[in-house]
Ligand binder design. Sequence first.
Ligand SMILES: Cc1cc2nc3c(=O)[nH]c(=O)nc-3n(C[C@H](O)[C@H](O)[C@H](O)COP(=O)(O)OP(=O)(O)OC[C@H]3O[C@@H](n4cnc5c(N)ncnc54)[C@H](O)[C@@H]3O)c2cc1C
Length: 458
Amino acid sequence: MSGGEGLDVLVVGGGITGAGIALDAAARGLRTGLVEMGDWASGTSSWSSKLVHGGLRYLYQLDFALVHEALAERGRLLTTTAPHLVKAQPFLWPLKHAYERSYSAIGVGMYDALALASSRGHRTVPIQKHLGRKGTRALAPALQTTGLAGSIRFYDARVDDARLVIDLVRTAVGLGALAANRTRVTGFLTDARGHVGGAAITDLETGAVHEVRAERTINATGVWTEATQDLATDAGGLKVLASKGIHIVVPKETIDAETGIFLRTEKSVLFIIPWPRYWVIGTTDTPWSEDVDKPVATAADIDYVLNHANEVLSRPITRDDIIGVYAGLRPLLQPRLKPGRSPEQASSTRVSREHTVTRVAPGLTAIAGGKLTTYRVMARDAVDHALGEGLAHAHPCTTADLPLVGAARYRALAAHAGDIARERGWTLARVTHLLDRYGDEVPALLATIDDDPDLARP
Ligand SMILES: Cc1cc2nc3c(=O)[nH]c(=O)nc-3n(C[C@H](O)[C@H](O)[C@H](O)COP(=O)(O)OP(=O)(O)OC[C@H]3O[C@@H](n4cnc5c(N)ncnc54)[C@H](O)[C@@H]3O)c2cc1C
């Protein structure tokens, strides 16, 4: 699109948002660059609850549009764009009183109905199932029986968040994007009229500074948004507050259950999420005003998670069971306006409950907020905004059905998982593990192993 040697779009930040934007822009045929100061997904995007979900709790706030949008994205990821990475995940919602059942069933029922509507009548996960005490205990013997009236089983999905980011980056690179991690934006190239025409980037391994010219630059740096935009201007842009969420990790044998467990808490919700070898339990929601590079869990955070999980578990989890704790920061948005401007005058700002896109300066767009699940919608909105109406119309978003690397032939290959296991003398679990990680790139992996059999060792 640009006539010169520079990029059409330079994206700053290699979390889910920036990686999604780089793919969106590259898929539109734009010359795209992506820089990340740490490793891919090293910011918030590897410390999430790792759920691809519509957000059942938003239904109780009657935010149907938000849930509908997220469920549509969940369906797309499960079926088309990343079926190798994103897996349907059942959760049991334990009920203490019989009267809770109708209240919970209405919410879950609406969740199922919205999921069906958002995927044009095609069911991507099973619908809710009501279980009595016996059925609940059969699926989750770990649940306390005293005060247990039964449960509702509903479905969401889970994903290895960091791997999703890496697959987005690799797909973008496959479409011609340039991507560099350990590369930090340390300044913007601004002309006398304040127009941003690219960025100064520092290679953090060599210290070398390069100038990258770009028609449009998009700031997707999550909780670093303000620090990044301050390099260009001290007026306007987004104001992002950090809210901390923590998770604890316990070994699989600590909790005897075949499904995840969902609990409502006085503040929000708590998930007990199964992974092949561990349970991930969280999360919390507390303000964080310390260094955004180093969020940490406090003893009080850990107590909060333990206490809520132990309300329903027959054998309480203790600190001795915990083998890992991690903390991440949600980028929460607040309006930040140019001096003397009222909110109504900030016309270039597109605010939604979940994410916001705004023009920080001519040539520089910022996006923040949202969640992992809706990264594709955020990316589309950010690129549309950066291009402006006319160009966005000429170069429309094409990611709705675009498979990420590993996705396109995953199902066909997965149907032969048993054959691969037999041929190799491996367990089916091992082959499934590789397929759920590398999708249709498994044959390339097997070819590498044929060249160097040592690589087959787990
Ligand atoms: C505890 C918790 C649980 C969550 N659970 C879920 C969930 O289950 N499902 C869901 O859908 N969402 C979830 N979310 C939300 C989701 O994780 C975030 O919305 C999302 O990861 C934010 O991604 P991001 O790309 O905007 O930010 P980040 O992932 O933080 O990416 C920003 C990147 O910018 C880089 N950067 C900063 N400054 C510069 C610079 N100057 N130059 C170059 N690079 C720079 C940083 O290193 C960072 O990697 C959760 C969030 C939290 C905190």
